[in-house]
Design a protein around this ligand. Structure first.
Ligand code: TIU
Length: 230
């Protein structure tokens, strides 16, 4: 059992029963011309999430943890996109419209895929989801229960939208969720800050929050150097 100093108190977990969940680190949210920019956001604000998340991903892999990558998006015929989602924002350009990285938020298009720095490797779960939460209309809960997963370490974008929705869904299903603060990001820094506070407030109403530094210190501790003076 490992113990990470966190808010509101330490998060205890066993890597064997914990999954790292990487939410929607897709070109469509992180790079120009995708869904994030279409919604009026400065997508460059999310780039800072990538370096610490690379370290956490490497540590989770080294610890043999289950890794789940999610992607928000839709079938090419948009049959799984609610009309309300398609219409939201009243834009001329919307989900399914052509963009510089292919059709926006459509599965199989370049923009829909995960940024190369965080590309999944063989054996990892890549979960396509039509909504904000990773449990809605997916087989995520079944996959986790089959692996006896009880704890989730949640990262990705955006903090107050897909990360928050997923943590709320996971918490209601009985999963213990740790959100890694610098491995999540938002187009709105104030939403990021308050979103994290909302998770850990009230004794951890939705879960725990800790920076990657604290997680890495227990998951990937520096190799012990020999005491040559002895
Ligand atoms: N992945 C995710 O958070 N989807 C969004 O639409 N986020 C926004 O912040 N818009």
């Amino acid at each position: 059992m490992l113990s990470v100093p966190a808010q509101p108190y330490e998060f205890d977990f066993d890597p064997a029963t914990t999954a790292l969940v990487v939410i929607d680190m897709q070109r469509d949210f992180l790079q120009p011309g995708g869904f994030g920019e279409l919604l009026g956001n400065d997508v460059s604000l999310l780039a800072r999430v990538v370096p610490p998340l690379q370290l956490v991903l490497a540590a989770a892999r080294a610890a043999g943890m289950l890794v789940v990558h999610t992607r928000e998006g839709h079938r090419p015929d948009l049959a799984d996109c609610p009309p309300a989602k398609l219409a939201r924002g009243r834009g001329a350009v919307t989900i399914g419209s052509p963009g510089p990285k292919g059709r926006i938020l459509v599965r199989g298009e370049e923009g829909h895929d995960i940024v190369p720095e965080l590309a999944p490797i063989a054996g990892e779960v890549v979960l396509d989801k039509p909504g904000k939460g990773a449990f809605y209309a997916t087989d995520l809960e079944l996959l986790l229960r089959n692996r006896a997963i009880t704890h989730l370490i949640v990262t990705g974008v955006t903090t107050e939208v897909c990360v928050h929705t997923t943590v709320r869904e996971g918490n209601d299903r009985g999963f213990e969720c740790l959100v890694v603060s610098d491995c999540c990001g938002s187009y709105f820094p104030e939403f990021h800050a308050v979103g994290l506070q909302m998770i850990a407030a009230q004794g951890g109403i939705f879960g725990w929050v800790a920076p990657s530094e604290e997680l890495l210190a227990v998951l990937a501790p520096a190799p012990v150097t020999a005491d040559l003076g002895a």
